[in-house]
Design a protein around this ligand. Structure first.
Ligand code: G3H
Length: 255
């Protein structure tokens, strides 16, 4: 039974790799929309991957969200890389405390027995505040560490679900609907072609910075995120997608 399931998933992994054009895929059984333990399993897959692959201290940036919180939950001490540094990928983007990147990286560092830096900035920021804040030496130091991250861990959300959860203004909600936003990652909103239709102005990693990051790991699953995942992968950089069976099957079903 177990072997059968494992074989089934490896076929799905191959098909999804071809469809999304991503070099590495890991699929866990189930649907994380229905069962939280499936999300925890994705978290575990990510934590095990990192434990195995991180051989020397790295700077690891993470975004927020419940999936990234599951990754933090499942982190285990790294054998050879205890002094890894965890940093939030971007300033908080209107999430609850337990789902904020700051909270998540602090937890990851505690579990791995590494170190962390936090970013305390309100968001969204006005252009003038933004320009002033990035000049603050302490913030600038952290921003430099973030830009130099070796590994970036991030989630993908359904655009309107995320916008509502972040109490986005009516004006921006209208814009997202108008421009047919499908997915959200790093505070950027994308349409079905993977083009950016809106961006939350906050400090930290910008989409262009990802091109120089060694390893971008995407963790997102659930039947409800199939379109969102497909949208991000049209143009977004990722070296590894960790997802679940329900998302994978739905993505493969779509045209
Ligand atoms: O940016 C994407 C969202 O943070 C995903 O959030 O993991 O709670 O669905 P989630």
């Amino acid at each position: 039974e177990f072997m059968h399931e494992a074989m089934g998933l490896s076929v799905l992994e191959r098909q999804l790799k071809d469809k999304l054009h991503v070099s590495n895929i890991m699929i866990v059984p189930g649907n994380s929309d229905d069962h939280n333990w499936v999300k925890q399993e994705m978290g575990k897959a990510c934590a095990s991957f990192l434990k195995e692959r991180v051989k020397s201290p790295q700077t690891i940036a993470a975004t927020g969200g419940t999936t990234m919180a599951a990754v933090a939950n499942m982190m285990v001490p790294f054998d050879n890389a205890a002094s890894s540094l965890f940093v939030p990928a971007r300033g908080g983007i209107g999430e609850k405390e337990e789902n904020q990147a700051n909270t998540i990286v602090a937890k990851m560092a505690r579990k791995v027995r590494g170190d962390y830096r936090l970013l305390y900035v309100p968001d969204p920021l006005s252009e003038t505040s933004y320009q002033n804040i990035i000049k603050e030496p302490s913030i600038n130091d952290t921003l430099q560490l973030i830009k130099d991250s070796n590994i970036v861990l991030h989630g993908i959300g359904d655009a309107l679900t995320m916008a509502k959860r972040r109490k986005t203004s009516e004006e921006v909600m209208e814009k997202l609907k108008d421009k047919k936003a499908i997915s959200e990652a790093f505070g950027y909103y994308f349409d079905k072609f993977g083009d950016v239709v809106h961006k939350v102005r906050t400090i930290g990693i910008q989409l262009d910075d990802l091109s120089t990051v060694n390893q971008v790991i995407t963790i997102a699953g659930g039947h409800s995120k199939a379109n969102a995942i497909a949208s991000y992968f049209k143009k977004g950089k990722s070296d590894l997608l960790i997802t679940d069976e329900a998302a994978a099957e739905q993505i493969l079903r779509d045209e």
